[in-house]
Write a protein that binds this ligand. Structure first.
Ligand code: UP5
Ligand code: MG
Length: 198
């Protein structure tokens, strides 16, 4: 596909900020395709015959960032598959939970497609922790436990926040307060997207 035909929005925010929740709603109301890097990695981890299963399991449990070659390839494949399935070259994608590290941002924008906009869901750690511990009761996610959550928070602050700061500096990021109810957060997101993407 050509980057000219494709609109990419990166959706960033700490663990449990509500990225996935908001993306689901944006799919319903803005015709986006939602690609969660974490979901793609979890699917690859359990795909029979995958050579990356053990590596991904280990990284996710420890809240570490999987080597970008793996993630970028999964995202690019998913974008191609989506367009092929719809028999079109044009599409709008929400890339959720990626890029988490500066080199991933540059690599994706150079080799796959530049992002038009970056949505940043801003949420205090205490709120995110509460959400994740609650979700952990039923999610089955290997990283929804106190120890993994602590590690995810640390990596977010040290490695992923610089990505958000970078996009704010270049004027591509919009910050949304992620603490109100999902409805309220969506209202704000919806308004911002209409302003910025039309
Ligand atoms: N909830 C949501 N919004 C709410 C609201 N406004 N009010 C009250 N409750 C709200 O939401 C989390 C929980 O909160 C849910 O129970 C929800 O109902 C509730 P969710 O929408 O799932 O939040 P989200 O931000 O998507 O949280 P998630 O846990 O998915 O974030 P992470 O960024 O930690 O997870 P992700 O799947 O992106 O990544 C997991 C791991 O994969 C990473 O730690 C890393 O090891 C690996 N990874 C990479 O290596 N590379 C990548 O590029 C991406 C991931
Ligand atoms: Mg998510």
């Amino acid at each position: 596909f050509s980057p000219d035909d494709v609109t990419v929005v990166f959706v960033l925010g700490g663990p449990g900020a509500g990225k996935g929740t908001q993306c689901e709603r944006l799919v319903a109301e803005h015709g986006f395709t939602h690609l969660s890097a974490g979901d793609l990695l979890r699917a690859e981890q359990t795909r029979p015959g995958s050579q990356f299963g053990d590596l991904i399991r280990d990284y996710i449990k420890n809240g570490l960032i999987v080597p970008m070659e793996v993630t970028i390839q999964l995202l690019e494949n998913a974008m191609k598959e989506t367009l092929d399935a719809k028999k079109t070259t044009k599409g709008r994608f929400l890339i959720d939970g990626f890029p988490r590290k500066m080199d991933q941002a540059h690599k994706f924008e150079d080799s796959v497609c530049p992002a038009k906009l970056v949505l940043f869901y801003d949420c205090p750690e205490k709120v995110m922790e509460k959400r994740l511990m609650e979700r952990g009761k039923t999610s089955g996610r290997a990283d929804d436990n106190a120890e993994s959550i602590r590690k995810r928070f640390r990596v977010f602050i040290e490695t992923s926040m610089p990505v958000v700061d970078y996009y704010e500096q270049v004027g591509k990021a919009v910050k949304v307060d992620a603490t109100p109810t999902p409805d309220k957060v969506f209202e704000k997101t919806d308004k911002l997207l209409k302003e910025r993407l039309g």
